[in-house]
Design a binder for this molecule. Sequence first.
Ligand code: G6P
Ligand code: BGC
Ligand code: BGC
Length: 936
Amino acid sequence: MDTIGSVGLQPRERASNCPQEGMPRPPDSLELVQKCLQQFQVTKTQLQQIQASLLCSMEQALKGHHSPAPSVRMLPTYVGSTPHGTEQGDFLVLELGATGASLRVLWVTLTGTKEHSVEPKSQEFEIPQEVTLGTGQQLFDFAARCLSEFLDAHPTENQDLKLGFNFSFPCHQTGLDRSILISWTKGFRCSGVEGQDVVQLLREAIQRQGTYNIDVVAMVNDTVGTMMGCELGTRPCEVGLIVDTGTNACYMEEARHVAALDEDRGRSCVSIEWGSFYDAKALGPVLTTFDQALDHDSLTPGAQRFEKMIGGLYLGELVRLVLVHLTQHGVLFGGCSSPALLSQGSILLEHVAEIEDPATGTAHAHTILQHLGLSPQASDAEMVKHVCAAVCTRAAQLCAAALAAVLSRLQHSREQQTLHVAVATGGRVFERHPRFHRTLKEVVTLLVPECDVSFIPSVDGGGRGVAMVTAVAARLAAHRHVLEETLAPFQLDLEQLTVVQAQMREAMARGLRGEASSLRMLPTYVRATPDGSERGDFLALDLGGTNFRVLLVRVAEGSVQITNQVYSIPECVAQGSGQQLFDHIVDCIVHFQQKQGLSGQSLPLGFTFSFPCKQLGLDQGILLNWTKGFNASGCEGQDVVYLLREAIRRRQAVELNVVAIVNDTVGTMMSCGYDDPRCEIGLIVGTGTNACYMEELRNVAGVAGDEGHMCINMEWGAFGDDGSLGMLSTCFDASVDQASINPGKQRFEKMISGMYLGEIVRHILLHLTSLGVLFRGQKTQCLQTRDIFKTKFLSEIESDSLALRQVRAILEDLGLTLTSDDALMVLEVCQAVSRRAAQLCGAGVAAVAEKMRDNRGLRELSVSVGVDGTLYKLHPHFSRLVSATVQKLAPHCTVTFLQSEDGSGKGAALVTAVACRLAQTAMADGLSKNDAITPD
Ligand code: G6P
Ligand code: BGC
Ligand code: BGC
């Protein structure tokens, strides 16, 4: 029989056979006692099965598996690093639940150096039973009163009181200061607390108390406080183990293994909550009838089964149940029991620990048994010692099996065969029970011999550890405050967006009337969207977006075929001379024609030129100013169709018939309009941003005629260049604008489009780094490099899955080392910047839709918007936020967004096709080509 540390009883001489006072012991009493205590003997195999089953349950819970529900919880604690000892400051710590029905308040001073430590001040308060079983409000008001009493007794100048709440019950944490109580344990059962955020309940109670302004910045489980408060020389403890009234452990798990955390680097402390461990196959055979009875009569039958075999709240009760059993069988106290012995909870942990004391145990046993109204004989006291030993040895063995499971888990998650680890221990079972610690060590060594484990007893019950976590939480809270302050101007509310919408409406009206306005509202000479009768082959150019493309567009009955080639526009060409730029364009056209076997063919060409042009006709567009990083000389103020034709002319032997120049917004509207005739708005949110829409001709000053519609290129990128967006502009926007090649220009675009969002984020990150909030204040050269933080990073970072991993990967590629808190902040910065961009864009679309609804005097308008642009297409949330903003600001408009699949090149070809069709009809009617396309 491979029993371990069996407490085998040596038959003792019976002193005497006492009458009623002492009925003779039944003959089989020794057997009965042995049978009784044998139940508490656990074999090595059984312990290994418990170890394996607990390990399996831990791994199931880590993966977030719910069926079957793992019996341990593996709760993230949001403690991401063991202490680096630099934490400083004075902190209040409130301990509730670690040591039964008592509450402790501590004042802990962290000096930031190991050499110099300050003894914490503390005060303990007994919690009356009517409070532990009362309402939650009673409990938290009691706690707030104790805090106040403590501070009255320990006056301090420091008004900025930061408190760490050491709350030793299973909680679902979603942050250091957000913690939902899952269920009470250890004899607590206050109503109205389970499922509630206990940090909030404490904050409200402190408020109700109203005596001190205490900021609760962290909730910490006692195992975590114990772990964080201990270190072995330079090696921090990475496991925290508590055996007090209850039992539990925590340890530093690889963050990537914790499904509940979206992390792939670093470690995170997990509270196992092994008290609720149960597995009928592994634990069933070890459960005794006494365990069943104890559980049955407990406050929480069926719950915390493992804890009820180990926790100090239950050890005394188990001993009592065994003593009652043996007394009822006449084995003890001559079969004479006492009301005290028969009453639940009458034997406490302290009693068991004293009885187990090798030196004074027997004497203590006598005192305690007499105190229970029993008249023990010497052999009774010895027997009682055996019972205590059996119960506590098993508790230590089971605890060891559980700890061995944690150590095996650490070996797995760190892929280490040999593990060197320091375990911080805390709790009165450790402190008071003579042999518990030794037995635990022995069994751990037996079960995981390859692990080199050092046990570090916690000196102050984890108070310092909780203060350390509080210090980290206070620092993070302060950082979070700075972050929220920094990002507040990016949170636009409905009122602000309504103002933007109204200002845009006014600017549109002024622009249409030809008055001074930051919105130029440029007529495009596109009067109608395609009607499907277009036919033929067309060349199209698409310049102004991320890529320059040359396209061949074949328009046939019910189908449009597109062949295209992407060419790059080197920065030196985009910012060189106009001649260079247009010669480069013609080179690309010729290369494309050769590749497509079109050389020598003079196909009608539509030119998508995505810059603000004052059009004098469909094929005449005066470039007003470059945008989006283009700055080719000699172009502004010129007719770009003429510049293209000149370049074609310079390149002899090339025949091209430039028929139309369109803005990419117009091309996109036309392209989508080919499939959906309701598409009367074009929107680009890419490198730049802009919109166009079909306006009533009567409203367009400078273009003759009142009938029909004309597409207006709003050039909304320049909205606010008159300062009307000043109220929304932040210092980061100003930095981006000042560093741009067109300061003061395209202010709306610089708050929305892809060319600038990354830069806005970079400036915010620089600002937060300079305040020490990010990257430990380390401003790397990389982060100070312009355009290093691409806007596409926002789309990658904000992709729902693995967001924090994306942040880490991207920022580490930029040479930054970051903590998970840094990653979270960068994610929030990206979200704030892109959300503002989408909301502003939505306010713009709402302004256009409402204008069209008013134009047509409609109660409800249904319109489609053709959209293109990398940011709109790739960002995971942008389109949804734009649409949501439009719904709020234009409730009487049903706006459908159509993502353009073929880009605006197809649109340019369709505009060209319409122009060609109109020209042919006119010719047929004897009119000149131009009169046809632009009748007036
Ligand atoms: C598509 C259109 C272009 C437009 C571009 C804008 O590619 O075909 O005409 O300029 O989108 O988006 P981008 O993200 O490339 O700037
Ligand atoms: C609680 C744990 C706590 C342990 C030790 C258990 O009952 O559920 O949260 O860590 O007791 O105090
Ligand atoms: C240009 C617009 C263009 C938009 C989207 C802006 O910078 O001024 O003409 O439509 O970018 O590409």
